[in-house]
Structures are given as C-alpha cells and as structure tokens.
Ligand binder design. Sequence first.
Ligand SMILES: [Zn+2]
Length: 501
Amino acid sequence: MSEPQDLEAMTLRLFNTLTGQLDALEPADGKALGMYACGPTVYDYGHIGNFRTFLQIDILRRFLRLSGVAVRHVMNITDVDDKIIRNSVEAGIPIGEYTRQYIEAFFEDLDALRVERPEQIARATEHIPQMVALIEKLAAAGAAYKVEDGSWYFKLAAFPAYGKLSKKDLSGMEDGARVDVDEYEKDSARDFALWKAPKPNETFWDAAIGPGRPGWHIECSAMAMEYLGESFDLHCGGEDLMFPHHENEIAQSETATHKQFARHWMHVRFLLVDGRKMSKSEGNFYTLRDLLLKGYKASAIRLALISVPYRRPLNFTFDSLTDATNAIDRLRTFQARLNAGRFLAGENPVLQEAAKSARAGYFAALANDLNTADALASIFELVRAANTAIDDEQLFTADREAILPVLEDFDAVFDVLEDRDAEPTRRALQWAEQSGRMNEVAPELIAAQSLSDTAIEALVAERTAAKKARNFARADAIRAELAEKGVILEDSKDGVRWKRK
Ligand SMILES: [Zn+2]
C-alpha cells in the first residue's frame, strides 16, 4: 500500500452529533482511536438497514487506518433482551442456544459483505458482573433505585444534562415516571430499567443487587468502559439508537464517573426501500440472505450500501443494486486491463496528472465526513481517462505504475475489486437448502450453480477446440448453453475469460 505522504496531514473531519458540527477525529492518547459501536441484538437475521450501519462503520475504520490512525474498535453483541427471552421461551430452548444460530449468521453475513472484525467483540452475557458493579455505583450515588418486584431503575432527575445528544425538548419530563422496555418512542423521558427482576420461566443471574438480568442500555455503558476506559474517543451507531439508547448510555456513565463518556458521536442515517420505511408488513423488508438468493452479488450489495454517504438517508432500490453491479464490473475490467495489457515504456503527462488528482480527490472526499460518493466519483474520473488513453494507445508503463496504487488505496476502503462473490452465494444457497427456502431462490441462480467451475472450464476448452477445428456451430451452441446457465464468456487476445452473471 502506498504511503499517504502529503495526504497524511489530512485529518478526518467527522460530524459529531454531540457538538452539531464537523470535528477533527483524532485519538486523545495519540496512539489508537478508541471506538465503540453498538452491535446487533441477536434474535433474528440482520436486515440491510442494520448492515448499512455496520458497513459505514467499516468505511470509517478502514479510512482511519489508510490515513495512518490505529483503531481499537469494540462492538457488543446483545445476547439477552426482551425479544430474545420471549423467543427462546417460545422455542423451549435456553437463550444461549437460541442466540448461537443468529450470532453465527451475523458473522457469516459480515464476512460476505467484507466487513472487518472489530478488535474486541463483547457479549453482554459475559459481562454481567461489570453491569452489576455499575448499577451498584449508581445506587451508591443515589441515581438508581429498587422497586417492589426487585427491578432497578435509573433516576433521570439525577442527570440534568439528559437530552444533550439528541437535543430533544424534554420539558415534559415527568419525575419518577418509569419505563421497563428497552426501546421506546416517547419524546418524554422516563426513568429506565437498569436491572429487571425475573418473571416466571425467565433467564436470570444471581447478584448482590438481587436476581435479574440487565437492561439493554447498561450493557453498552459497562462494556464500553470495560474496554475503552471511562472516557473514550468515539461512539457509533444507527440514528435510531440516538434516543433513548445513547442518551441513556450517557446518563448512566457520566453520572457514575463524573467524566465525559464519549467525546465524539457518529450516527448513520436510516435506510428506505423504494422511498418507504422498510417493514415486514409492507413486503419491502430484506435481509442480506434475501438479496443473495435473488442473485445479487455480495460485492454489489456492499457497494450499494456504502456509496451513499452515511449522513444521508439511503433510498435502496433494485436499480441501485444493478448500478453497483455495473460499477464493479467496470472497475474490475479496468484493473484486469491494466494488469494484463502490454504497454510501451514512457509516460503520458495528462494521465500522471489525472492519477495524482484522483488520489487527492479521493482522500479529500473521505476526509470530509466520509463522503463516499465524491470519493467514488474521483476514481471513476480516472478510470474514464485511462480507458480512453488505453484505447488510443496513449497509456504507458509509468502511467500504469501511477494508477495501480490509486486503485489499491481505493480498495483498501471500498474492498470490491477482488472477485470473491461465489462463496457468499454458495453459502446462501446452502443455507436456503437447509432451511427449506429453495422456493425463494432465483431460477438463474440455481441454473448457474448447477455447473461446477470444472464443468465450465471443460466446456470452455471444448469450445476453443471446436473453434480451432472451424466447427463454429458447436462453438456457438456451447456459448448459448453457458449463457442459459448464467455463464458469460469474454474472448480476448489472451484467451477466453468466463464469469457467472
Ligand atoms: Zn449500545
């Protein structure tokens, strides 16, 4: 990877929800940026709205690393909450068994989308003592109280700054009014549950504060501080978590420590599908697996979900997936052309300049609040200029050497150039088969998968032999047979390349 050099001085300016402006994002300790990102609640498969958030956080960490900033990224897994307990009781299995399948599926999906793993993954059920200790600290400070059934609540009146993140007008705040569910829509704030006493048949932990289980908010406060300290650089999550979840995290943490919890807050905006809110009842609800089974490639899904900057709402459409598929094709074809082409020695000053300005534009766009759309535009400008130059035989060896590192920097963040799409699709098909969902699979996909790579290679070789023997009828028949099964052939002077549609 090329060194950032002149661009290294460029610090990422990231919108900070807390201050309401773009702030420089730098590690306070000068070493590694401590960041906490709210992870999944594992009661179901992740939908594309969830993955948009994880992908945008992936863009953030990859860009930080590309510009020379080390990161210490902590992500929680909420493996105990209201829904998990309800569903596992219904299924008649322990919560650990119930959540295991969704934790595995979540990481499989992250791998499919090429989302890098955080440095630290923290499961809520493995940090109960830290949560209990935090509740005890709040109780000692007079900010937590126990009610008759044995549950503990945070007393909002103990934290007058409540609402500073979401800037909600909380004048209707009722002292002492309580809420015991983790997610609530109401604008008026309520004392919220820190520790919930068990109902019959529910999972619980024995603790000095009484038997029970943690509320969702205390989990994140306790685990963030466990791994990043009482004060840390950045907290990320989807915008739907800003209130009440993040407000509650701040209230608990800052009341307990009297220190600022996270200095910087990043919120990824929501995703719409065809202009409407995604919901199961509207029939526009998609998991990653749904899209893979419809025949879309994982790399195209990745690009479609990252190409709109994180602070704009993303209107997801199937056209946007097709556009992403085409964009990746153009990029991969261009890279193959550069790598395989035979160029004359020398350089073209226009291309040298184009490479330099594309790289500068790319870094500047990402450093400006992670503007992925502008970053992509810079790269495509270079691709257009270089493709034209290749057509005109005006691209030389030194130009290739100038352009390839720009593509490398691009891919260090976007990660779509290498074709690793067959594996996620194969796994999704395997999953569909095991879970009785083959009726959801696109017919072209089943046809394409019915041919193994070896079978395709054999047909390609047979076609080449047929052409050599001037048996064009047979050669055309093989091409048609492959096309029907979703395999496309590309004849070039270096031989035949094939790919699955
Ligand atoms: Zn959280």
